[in-house]
Ligand binder design. Structure first.
Ligand code: BT5
Length: 276
């Protein structure tokens, strides 16, 4: 008996729990190539770490899925809670873009995840800059992208995607403003079907990644645009209204009468759309 099988037995499913099943995912998968190499683990540290070690040994276009992560990560090594019932997934991709356009990967993944959620579940997810998926102002997912390069060329991208699917987030600290798809919909969803749809949208977005329409859709699905926000970045804290989002992913913030560009940082939405 393998370690994974033992782990499965020692963590019996709660009633109504929809366990991840490789055959269920593969038999309804409509992608041409993404997800054809799909590896499912019961419990890992971080799917991004597994993906990275595979990528370093030459694996490409693989998808790593885990039922739980003990050391799930967000940006800046922040921890990411990953209990059973969520989708914790990392992809090893080779997007056809120059390394100077690596920010496009985040745009494409945000767009793909929003499309998958809204088309399958008929509920709108929006993008909170830079990498959060929100429904009703609450975080239901996050994206962590890690790049492999020789400094000049993009070798691979590890795309980590976490979605609180069938999760009770009431035990999470309230300041996280977290929620889950099951809570927002009032019912549990099929993990397999959402994974299939995510992979289809991710494959499609990866193919459109160099096109301007990915930026346009990312901008249009943003719920940060036009909002009063607080941005914390390396250069300190800024409060202002988000006047635009640039095609390199930067926020253009109107603060103290000046327009300031912020390429990376954390963002808190302070009020509704300007003036509300
Ligand atoms: C993110 O980081 O939002 C990216 C999360 C990526 C997770 C995926 S899961 C598969 C893959 N493997 C990994 O190890 N990671 C990726 P960031 O914007 O830094 O947000 C992190 C913050 O979100 C934490 O500091 C908490 O405040 C909050 N948080 C932690 N777990 C959460 C959860 N499950 N739902 C909502 N918020 C959470």
């Amino acid at each position: 008996m393998t370690e994974d099988m033992l782990a499965m037995i020692s963590h019996p499913d709660p009633p109504g729990f929809d366990p991840l099943n490789l055959d269920h995912i593969l038999c309804g998968l409509k992608t041409r190539w993404l997800g054809r190499d799909l590896r499912l683990y019961t419990r890992v540290g971080s799917t991004n770490d597994i993906a990275r070690s595979l990528a370093q040994r030459g694996t490409r276009n693989a998808v790593i899925l885990a039922e739980t992560q003990s050391e799930g990560r967000g940006r800046l090594s922040r921890s990411w809670e990953s209990p059973r019932g969520g989708i914790w997934m990392s992809l090893i991709l080779q997007p056809d873009i120059p390394i100077t356009h690596a920010f496009r990967i985040n745009m494409a993944v945000c767009v793909a995840a929003c499309r998958a959620i809204s088309s399958l579940l008929d509920i709108d997810a929006g993008i909170k800059w830079p990498n959060d998926l929100l429904i009703n102002e609450r975080k239901v997912g996050g994206i962590l992208i890690e790049i492999g390069s020789d400094g000049l060329h993009l070798d691979y991208a590890i795309v980590g995607l976490g979605i609180n699917a069938n999760i009770d987030t009431s035990a999470f600290p309230p300041e996280w403003m977290a929620s889950s798809l099951s809570y927002e919909l009032g019912q549990e969803i099929s993990l397999s079907r959402l994974i299939q749809r995510l992979l289809l949208e991710l494959e499609e977005a990866n193919e459109r990644i160099a096109r301007d329409e990915i930026y346009q859709e990312w901008r249009q699905r943003s719920i940060t645009l036009g909002r009063m926000v607080r941005i914390t970045s390396n250069s300190g804290e800024l409060v202002g209204v988000v006047e635009d989002l640039a095609d390199d992913g930067a926020i253009l913030l109107r603060t103290d009468g000046k327009l300031v560009r912020v390429l990376a940082g954390d963002c808190i939405h302070l009020r509704g759309v300007e003036g509300t």
